[in-house]
Design a binder for this molecule. Structure first.
Ligand code: ADP
Ligand code: MG
Length: 398
């Protein structure tokens, strides 16, 4: 199967004509290995950029419009290019594109009329960050080679999602889509915005598995968790003035303040402080090749998300519980925001086929759904791909 980049060029020519020639930019999705719901608390995360990506082809348009077609949805949106600065959200997928265009205009970049075609191999809405893949590839397409600092690019795309789409997400997804590395995970400090490349040890493979469900609760619960964490910070700051985010508190220090906040708020905070500590431990275990310890940390993370943070669901718990009982599985946990989407498995490579098969059968029996599996091949961050290459990105099978 032709690569996704070549595919978007062919489709672009069919849709918009062969002249002018489009340029193609791609931005990867990601799997977060550990550090969940810590980014908006200014803590630590450790994602891997995937070889699943959004490819955006673009060329100037002659009719004054700013137009985008999503190959995945078979739908297009368009706006007057001159009105981008004052655009308002429509509460649909076009907001991810228009929001990025508006942020670019606000940052002083001219966004002239143009046609865009996007095609993503990141499963949409499954916790592998199809949204940041769209945002970052759109931003690069609209910049069309004009330089921007990588960190500014990530921040600009996050602003589009926070302020235009209206999702109060942290910086992780946009950051890793920009800063992804071949063969390695990236540990991000979401306060200082420094990152550290962490090579993954030999002897284990990471595979994402999709529950194929997305419970409605997801986005309202996300906002609720953001508010609960803010409530915990407020309660702590009254007694500990140096605390301005949960990043400033250890699990041990937090334990002394259990009575200072409602029990639910305390449990949310305990997840965040514990999760930050688990990221540090996971990085150390990766560096020393301690696969068993890495696996245990994944399971601890899942249990904390399940019981303290309460963002898991029956399907995710089933996949994790079933996986960890299979021979060759070091550990597993939900990944992404929760309430459906994907879990990530850490498996001894020679067992991957047997594990995915057994898990698939068990899940189908239990839920009448066939889960999809995505091998997690750590990949480079966002970039332009030459028109005659396939970008070495594999298009989704099907
Ligand atoms: P995730 O980022 O985990 O995949 P989100 O809910 O953050 O999930 O983002 C999913 C949303 O992003 C979709 O509902 C849609 O609006 C938009 N989106 C992602 N990929 C595409 C695509 N290929 N075409 C159109 N919209 C997309
Ligand atoms: Mg997203």
């Amino acid at each position: 199967m032709a690569g996704a980049a070549r595919f978007v060029i062919e489709r672009f020519r069919e849709l918009y004509g062969a002249s002018p020639e489009p340029r193609v930019f791609l931005a990867p999705g990601r799997v977060n290995l550990i550090g969940e719901h810590t980014d908006y608390n200014l803590g630590f995360v450790m994602p891997v950029a995937l070889d699943l990506a959004c490819c955006t082809a673009t060329a100037p348009a002659g009719d004054g419009r700013f137009r985008v077609f999503s190959e995945n949805l078979g739908e297009s949106r368009d706006w007057p290019a001159a009105g981008i600065a004052s655009a308002t959200p429509a509460r649909d997928w076009g907001d991810y594109v228009l929001g990025v265009a508006r942020e670019l205009v606000r940052a002083g970049f001219d966004v002239p009329p143009r046609n865009l075609l996007l095609y993503s191999t990141v499963p949409v809405g499954s916790g592998l960050s199809s949204s940041a893949a769209i945002e970052v590839s759109t931003a690069l397409a609209l910049l069309e080679g004009r330089p921007m600092e990588p960190l500014e690019l990530a921040k600009l795309c996050r602003r589009a999602e926070n302020q235009f789409v209206g999702m109060p997400c942290g910086i992780m997804d946009q950051f890793i889509s920009v800063f992804g590395r071949d063969h390695a995970a990236v540990k991000i400090d979401c306060r200082s915005l420094e990152h550290e490349v962490v090579p993954l040890p030999e002897g284990a493979e990471f595979v994402a598995v999709n529950t194929m469900v997305k419970h409605e609760l997801g986005s309202s619960a996300y906002r609720e968790r953001v508010a609960e964490c803010a409530a915990a910070v407020e309660a702590l700051a009254r007694r500990l003035p140096h605390v301005s985010s949960l990043r400033d508190v250890s699990t041990q220090a937090l334990a002394g303040f259990e009575g200072a906040m409602p029990p639910v708020v305390f449990r949310r905070a305990r997840h965040v402080t514990g999760e930050n500590e688990r990221v540090q431990a996971f990085v150390a275990a990766s560096r020393s090749g301690d696969l068993e310890r890495m696996g245990r940390l994944l399971v601890e993370s899942h249990n904390s998300l399940r019981h303290d943070y309460q963002v898991s669901c029956e399907e995710l718990d089933f996949l994790v519980d079933t996986a960890v009982r299979l021979e060759g599985v070091y550990g597993a946990r939900m990944t992404g925001g929760g309430f459906g989407g994907c879990a990530v498995l850490m498996i001894r490579p020679e067992k991957t086929v047997a594990v995915t098969q057994a898990l698939s059968e068990a899940y189908e029996t239990g839920f009448r759904l066939i889960p999809e599996f995505y091998p997690c091949r750590p990949s480079e961050g966002a970039r332009e791909v030459a028109a005659d290459s396939d970008g070495s990105f594999t298009a989704a099978e099907g």
